[in-house]
Design a protein around this ligand. Structure first.
Ligand code: TYD
Ligand code: ZN
Length: 403
């Protein structure tokens, strides 16, 4: 299968096939399973700009609906991270007279709360109503719209140019990234910066984190593809910084072209990526073969444990669990339930695989022999919280292991 690149219209060939998948964050109620939406999860790379992207285009209104269940403040590690981001932006970029910052997809306000508390002029652009209401309750100004070229020029007309535009775990979700970049160019002041952090292709490939591929992740960014995309839209990549969050992310800083000299990290990371062949189809094809091995190892282990009469539960129901369980064909016969602390996910099931999501209290009472850690990017926090767990953890990233 071949499509054309969403950024540069170059040819994109599918290199990874994770089968028929529902939406990662659908979490339907068990009584609503008759008409589940499935699409083919194919991922490819553009021949021209090396942007890794989903072949299918799922309408954003279907994904970021009013009951979108993800809560960015749910993890204390993440909350602390975003407080740090806010402080740093205030110290480095928001120092002039009456500075103005816009956040794209501010979710429940985990980052902007600190900015709002400091009285800095800000605007959170957030189309999902429930999370937007949470942000408003923290005193944050919200515009309930999708960010694109038109939204950007409306914001500029009303509030003036932005000194900083921020986005975390949202820019790679937006399939109309071309329109977002045009909007950034319009809204950003002459010396402003667009800072965004997203799961990093290098980390996804290195860890065989195939579960980070799902409908919301329209793209998996690399320094090379962002470098190319920025140029196409009159912007420039001026810094890039690896982050440990979400299993390995990268923070990119874009500026108007020529406005700031690029930091040495940009050239260094571009060279590293060339050496790692991150811009080659063959790298994605090898990744797909490693994902098959993880699938075979995980299902073999779970079948053996079931044959031995062991009780296995799941821990954490991130969107990633939808990809893994549907790709591996894991249902309630192998994992009868998964616990998750998000109330909006409880009393629902994982789409496609129909594993029920229950509160962590069930896990505490049930005392299973094994727990598959689906929220592996929160391993430290969860293992510390569950230090009383006497069973054993199963992880599958970067490979299947019992710990
Ligand atoms: P996360 O990996 O942050 O998001 P995504 O859906 O983008 O992959 O989701 C982590 C999930 O794990 C989230 O649903 C909350 C849950 N969780 C717990 O149940 N307990 C915890 O201690 C933590 C940190 C997370
Ligand atoms: Zn392209």
């Amino acid at each position: 299968m071949e499509t054309s690149c969403r950024i540069c219209s170059g040819p994109v060939k599918a290199s990874i096939d994770l089968g028929d998948q529902p939406r990662g964050n659908a979490f339907p109620k068990s009584g609503e399973l008759t008409d589940e939406f499935f699409y083919r999860l194919l991922v490819g790379m553009c021949d021209s700009c090396a942007m890794v992207q989903l072949m299918a285009d799922i309408p954003q209104e279907v994904r970021y609906h009013d009951q979108y269940p993800y809560r960015a403040s749910n993890s204390s590690v993440h909350s602390a991270h975003f407080t740090g981001v806010a402080r740093r932006l205030m110290a480095t970029e928001l120092t002039g007279h009456d500075p103005f910052i816009v956040e794209i997809g501010c979710n429940d306000g985990v980052m902007l709360a600190t900015i709002a508390d400091s009285g800095v002029r800000h605007l959170g652009v957030e189309p999902s109503q429930e999370v937007a209401a949470l942000a408003r309750s923290k005193g944050i100004r919200i515009l309930s719209r999708f960010f694109d070229e038109e939204t950007a020029s409306d914001i500029r007309a009303e509030h003036g140019p932005a000194d900083a535009i921020f986005g975390a775990n949202v820019i790679a979700h937006i399939s109309h990234l071309d329109s977002v970049l045009k909007g950034v160019r319009t809204l950003l002041g002459p010396d402003g910066v667009f800072v965004f952090e997203e799961p990093y292709l290098g980390a996804v490939v290195e860890q065989t984190a195939f579960d980070l591929l799902y409908d919301e992740h329209s793209f998996v960014f690399s320094v090379s593809s962002i470098h190319a995309a920025a140029r196409l839209f009159g912007l420039e990549l001026v810094d890039a910084e690896p982050l440990a969050i979400h299993g390995g992310s990268m923070r990119y800083t874009l500026a108007q072209r020529g406005a700031r000299p690029p930091a040495p990290a940009v050239a260094d990371l571009l060279a590293t990526e060339r050496a790692q062949r991150l811009d080659q189809h063959a790298t994605l094809e090898e990744f797909a073969r490693r994902a098959e091995r993880v699938r075979d190892d995980l299902t073999t282990l779970l079948r053996e444990l079931r044959a031995d009469g062991k009780r296995v539960a799941g821990y954490g129901a991130p969107a990633k669990i939808t990809t893994v369980t549907n790709y591996c064909g894991i249902g309630t016969d192998l994992i009868p339930y998964v616990c998750d602390s998000t109330p909006a996910k409880q009393d629902r099931v994982v789409a496609g695989s129909h594993i029920p999501v229950v509160p962590p209290s069930v896990f505490l009472e049930d005392r299973p022999d094994y727990a598959v850690l689906f929220a592996w990017n929160h391993a430290e926090e969860i293992m510390a919280k569950e230090s009383g767990f006497t069973g054993r953890w199963i992880v599958y990233v970067p490979e299947v292991r019992i710990i």
